[in-house]
Design a protein around this ligand. Structure first.
Ligand SMILES: [Zn+2]
Length: 321
């Protein structure tokens, strides 16, 4: 008789546009995956039914196999202990939805919930660019800036599940206005929209650029593309964002003493146009003994980091309990 295969985990990534699910082994092998539109406009009840459907779909690819549980990554803020999704801006009508409990009732399986940036950190730590290390910090730079911290092999969640809001660390007192209403936060200095805004300001000042004849508002993706084509203005704008990112990293290095900082999210496609200035600035802003204690690397799992983390959450929680 063949040995009984070890139980699997289902991971779900609940996004405002797409709903994704995947089936994982404890070793982090993704056995199958699926993606549908979230149809968030239909409200929480319909979305919860759709989540149950995608979970059943990926489970159906391994019939008869034991499933340990379901991990769900959701946009923050999330109450991880109670399994409640608070009120994500991209999920209209969601307010304190007890997602874990509702899914558990539909599926008859244990369901665990985590914040998207925290679970992306867990995914990179367990199966990606942080594999084999105990102390890493993951930073996602896209429309916003978020992150997750693994300290001594454990994901830091904080007293209220609100730890590691890296994008809202104050970097420049009285600096530019942040989306949260405060000033000078990292997100207001280095996120995608800030990069686009800075590029537009440079064009208005008459700096020469491939983007000069651009119609309509710029995006960070276009700035990154221009930098890759050799555009000095685009490179300068990305270097400025990288500089502030490095200041934020220097703060984190003094507090958490990580071995590695992993940078993901859409803007990280800028590669060394963002990361090299960040490395330089982080080095310039830390005390000497810290200089060679950490490195700054691109993420390895891309958009799938959260899915991998949601899978890891199931195995971690079940083996701890
Ligand atoms: Zn802020």
């Amino acid at each position: 008789m063949a040995p009984t295969p070890s139980p699997l985990a289902v991971a779900v990534d609940l996004g405002g546009t797409h709903l994704r699910a995947a089936l994982f082994t404890a070793e982090g092998a993704m056995l199958s995956r699926t993606r549908v539109r979230t149809e968030a406009e239909r409200g929480p009840d319909a979305v919860i039914e759709r989540i149950a459907d995608v979970v059943r779909e990926v489970m159906g690819t391994a019939p008869g196999q034991a499933i340990m549980g379901v991990g769900v990554t959701a946009p923050g803020p999330v109450d991880e202990k109670r399994g409640v999704v608070a009120s994500p801006p991209n999920l209209p009508g969601w307010a304190d939805v007890p997602l874990a409990e509702r899914l558990q009732a539909l599926l008859g399986l244990p369901v665990f919930l985590g914040n998207d940036a925290n679970l992306a950190a867990l995914g990179e730590y367990r199966y990606g660019a942080g594999k084999g290390l105990d102390d890493i910090i993951y930073i996602t730079v896209s429309t916003g800036i978020g992150g997750g911290i693994i300290s001594n092999g454990r994901l830091l969640t904080g007293a209220h599940g609100m730890a590691a809001e890296i994008g809202h660390m104050p970097i420049v007192p009285d600096g530019p206005l942040c989306g949260c209403g405060q000033r000078g936060h990292l997100e207001a200095l280095a996120s995608g929209p800030n990069i686009a805004r800075e590029a537009e300001a440079a064009l208005k000042r008459g700096w020469p650029s491939l983007l000069a004849n651009h119609d309509g508002p710029l995006t960070a993706v276009e700035v990154v593309q221009a930098a890759q084509q050799g555009d000095a203005t685009a490179r300068h704008v990305l270097a400025r964002a990288g500089h502030y990112l490095g200041v934020g990293i220097a703060l984190l290095v003094h507090v958490f003493n990580p071995q590695r900082i992993i940078v993901g999210g859409g803007v990280s496609n800028a590669g060394d146009f963002l990361l090299e200035p960040a490395r330089q600035s982080a080095r310039d802003h830390v005390m000497k003994p810290y200089r060679d204690t950490f490195d700054i690397v691109p993420a390895a799992l891309g958009d799938d980091a959260g899915l991998y983390g949601a899978g890891a959450l199931v195995f971690d929680t079940c083996s701890a309990g």
